[in-house]
Design a protein around this ligand. Structure first.
Ligand code: UD2
Ligand code: MN
Length: 299
């Protein structure tokens, strides 16, 4: 008789489920952006130093989960990106530590606009979602759409989707806004939802070229199309730091953003995942992250 070796990822990862509250959490992360704000040469760490700091990472910035328990929390972190390398190094240095202490099984996708046209964040994130959703290494159930320059100050802020009819807005307290939920903030920064929720919304609008309001647009989809509630964890330790930055040259204020936002409802059913025409020009798997190069459909 022939014996078959059944080694599924579950058995490799131990069959006991991970505890609901990870024993590895340490609370404050000690986020320090000094380098970026003072052009210090040896901070933030280089990509090589980050890879060396997290030796259990598998290529493409994939962490298969803890060795001694099986986690159900499968997370894809999707970052819209162009010409923010220093921010990315800060981000990767902190996020890998946070997610591993939270015992998540996750992968980091950096979706880089591969042209010098006006930035289109919505198309990048829609493209990143479709790519991550089809990932054959793991089937992420939870997707975070995450600014590269906004970093959690405490690892008790869980990157874990709530599912049901709640989406998760983590970055509602940011140092730039004196840690107050204020000034017209909706769901920008860091938002988490399941693939079912994101697909029900038809993703982000593809129509916003330049800075502004694409987060207000998806906020309207969340409220009126998804009929979801937006959960903002209330605990005091929920705090984020945003690296101080000037406006990016190729991401000018989008003069049509108010008009586009006013017509969000007319476009929603045919402007998003189901109408995306971006082009993936290449995918590169680095040790600390997967880089997806994308040309958005020009305006
Ligand atoms: C706010 C929102 C952000 C977005 C933006 C309006 C919060 C916390 N954040 O951030 O989610 O809605 O307003 O569009 O409310 N990026 C690049 N390269 C560029 C331009 C943008 O990588 O040239 C990426 C990067 O991940 C950045 C994100 O897009 O964090 C948002 O751009 P921003 O940081 O310039 O926008 P900001 O800080 O006004
Ligand atoms: Mn920013």
């Amino acid at each position: 008789s022939i014996s078959f070796e059944h080694t599924t990822s579950a058995s490799r990862r131990g069959d006991i489920p991970c505890p609901d509250k990870s024993p590895l959490l340490k609370g404050p992360v000690g986020v320090n952006f000094e380098g970026a704000e003072k052009n210090d040469s040896n901070w933030p760490p280089t990509f090589e130093e980050i890879a060396a700091a997290y030796p259990t990472l598998e290529n493409g910035g994939y962490y298969p989960g803890p060795n001694d328990c099986r986690t159900e929390n499968t997370v894809a972190i999707i970052i819209p990106f162009r010409d923010r390398e220093e921010h990315l190094r800060f981000f990767l240095y902190y996020i890998h530590g946070i997610l591993q202490r939270q015992q998540a099984r996750y992968r980091i996708f950096v979706v880089e606009q591969d042209d010098d046209q006006v930035f289109n964040k919505g198309q990048l994130m829609n493209t990143g979602f479709i790519y991550a959703h089809n990932d054959t290494r793991f089937h992420p159930k939870c997707f975070f759409f995450h600014d590269v320059d906004t970093v959690s100050e405490d690892d008790r802020t869980l990157y874990r989707c709530r599912g049901g009819n709640e989406v998760l807005h983590l970055s509602h307290r940011i140092d730039k806004f004196n840690y107050r939920f204020c000034c017209g903030m909706t769901v920008g920064g860091v938002i988490g939802m399941t693939n079912e929720q994101f697909q029900k919304l038809n993703g982000f609008s593809n129509a916003y070229y330049g800075w502004g309001a694409e987060d207000d647009d998806i906020n309207a989809r969340i409220v009126w199309i998804g009929r979801f509630s937006i959960y903002r964890p209330p605990d005091d330790y929920i705090r984020f730091k945003m690296i101080r930055h000037e406006n990016d040259k190729k991401n000018p204020k989008n003069n049509e953003r108010v008009a586009l936002l006013n017509s969000w409802n007319k476009r929603q059913s045919k402007d998003g995942l189901n109408s995306l025409q971006s082009t993936i020009t290449s995918v590169v798997e680095y040790p600390t992250h997967t880089r997806i190069l994308v040309k958005p459909k020009p305006k």
